[in-house]
Design a binder for this molecule. Structure first.
Ligand code: AMP
Ligand code: GLY
Length: 435
């Protein structure tokens, strides 16, 4: 069986790698992929990006199922187009992906279905937005309505920061049409976690829990990024909180969409704030897997991912279950100099080949690539090509040991001026220590 994965980041490397381990799969194409997917056994990159060409390719190669990684492809309607061409694809339709592509759609949907989330107001007029800020006072969170590659959210600790975010988005139009309208949200205190499920539109299969680290620097300081590291499972989601999240958030979302005539099939990611009272509130929805959460989650998944996706596409997700490695997995992102504002490209990465040879047990870790390509001498060098470069992901008996294992691997990898956080997993480790 041949499969196709759309995207070229760490999430897609992890997805394609996991799919390639299925005994029924003999090839996974990745469009466009990266150096990691180019080098991985059973994977092959294809340099195609337009939807009509991808459809042509899928027909020609008789691709059994296509799996979509990034939100931009979902927003562009790739699922609608593949389905119209009679091809099997896993991901939500464009209309359903509004849960991620429009923050206003998501907020109003949550309000209609009584899904717990921060209080908010929406604005097109900057004058009214400024008045609202003066009335409510910081901390407040300002969000551009549309997709802004993770940059359209400002957590304003002061009124000045909030006013300046409004000017940035509504007056200077720095986010183009994504910033035609904004929401201003109540600031929620608590611990942030990621909760990801698969759904066929009727049945829901939760994946293992995880926690991302969005800020660039240790101790959750510095600018927001796409995510600097993640681990799974997170102790912050106890069995009773898990049940609460399914009952108050996940089921109401899927049932609410169904009631509104929107069929949702795909991965669904809820970014949640767990309050001091152990109540989960939604920060955002993503209509795809998280990056870097996918990397530790896939390293722990023991079930055959292809089987899960087949059931999801065929509407029989109630017939399968997931099996997880009981150990923790933890992934640390190695990012380029200048990330997230102005990442530098074209630095040569050293140490990756030796790493595989040196390690006694290569089943206990995986280096997932994101912004990398093969170039240089004989096209054999691995070179940086973007902000997040690698996600070094390791298993361990607990989060602390998985953390130690990941950082030991990082010591063997080098490219100039790379940035890493040194404390990925710290909240989970501290939580477990206190228990
Ligand atoms: P979003 O893209 O909506 O998830 O926002 C990006 C990041 O901003 C989140 O991961 C949170 O760290 C933070 N954030 C968003 N909304 C809120 C909120 N209402 N209260 C506190 N922090 C928030
Ligand atoms: N790790 C956060 C995201 O994928 O949006």
């Amino acid at each position: 069986m041949k499969l196709l994965v759309i995207g070229g980041g760490g999430r897609e490397h992890a997805l394609a790698w996991k799919l390639s381990l299925s005994p029924r799969v003999h090839k996974v194409f990745v469009a466009p992929g990266n150096a990691g997917t180019a080098l991985e056994c059973g994977l092959e990159n294809i340099a195609i990006s337009s939807i009509p060409e991808l459809i042509e390719f899928a027909k020609h190669e008789q691709i059994a199922i296509t799996v979509v990684g990034p939100e931009t492809s979902l927003a562009a309607g790739i699922v609608d187009a593949f389905q119209a061409a009679g091809l099997k694809i896993f991901g939500p339709l464009q209309q359903a992906a509004q849960l991620e592509t429009s923050k206003i759609f998501a907020k109003e949907f949550m309000q209609r279905h009584h899904i717990p989330t921060a209080a908010y107001a929406r604005f097109q007029d900057p004058v009214l937005a400024h008045e609202y800020i003066n009335q409510k006072s910081a901390p407040l969170v300002i969000k551009a309505d549309g997709l802004a590659a993770g940059k359209g959210v400002v957590v304003a600790q002061t009124n000045e920061q909030a006013h300046s975010a409004v000017n940035d988005i509504l007056v200077e139009k720095n986010f183009g049409s994504a910033g035609y309208e904004i929401i201003i949200e109540e600031f929620l205190h608590g611990t942030e976690v990621s909760f990801i499920v698969m759904t066929d539109g009727r049945h829901i299969l939760p994946l293992a829990t995880s926690q991302d680290h969005k800020r660039l620097y240790d101790g959750d300081l510095g600018p927001n990024t796409g995510g600097m590291g993640a681990y799974s499972p997170t102790p912050f989601i106890s069995p009773s909180l898990h049940a609460q999240i399914m009952r108050n958030i996940i089921y109401p979302v899927i049932n609410g969409l169904k009631e509104e005539g929107i069929h949702y099939s795909g991965f669904l990611y809820a970014g949640l704030m767990i309050t001091a009272e152990d109540q989960a509130k939604v920060l955002e929805f993503n209509c795809r897997l998280g990056d870097p959460e996918t990397q530790p989650i896939m390293l722990r998944l023991k079930s055959d991912l292809l089987t899960l996706i087949e059931h999801a596409v065929n509407g029989t997700l109630d017939k399968v279950d997931t099996e997880w490695d009981r150990r923790a997995a933890l992934g640390v992102v190695m990012a380029a100099h200048g990330y997230p504002e102005n990442p530098r490209k074209n630095d040569v990465i050293q140490g990756l080949q030796n790493l595989i040879i040196d390690q006694e047990n290569t089943d206990n870790f995986h280096i997932f690539h994101a912004g990398t390509y093969l170039g240089g001498k004989d096209e054999k060098e691995i070179i940086t090509a973007g902000g997040r470069v690698l996600c070094v992901t390791a298993l361990g008996e607990n989060i602390k040991i998985a953390q130690q294992n990941a950082y030991k691997l990082i010591e063997k990898i080098h490219f100039d001026d790379y940035q890493v956080r040194h404390d990925i997993g710290y909240q989970g480790i501290n939580y477990q220590r206190k228990k």
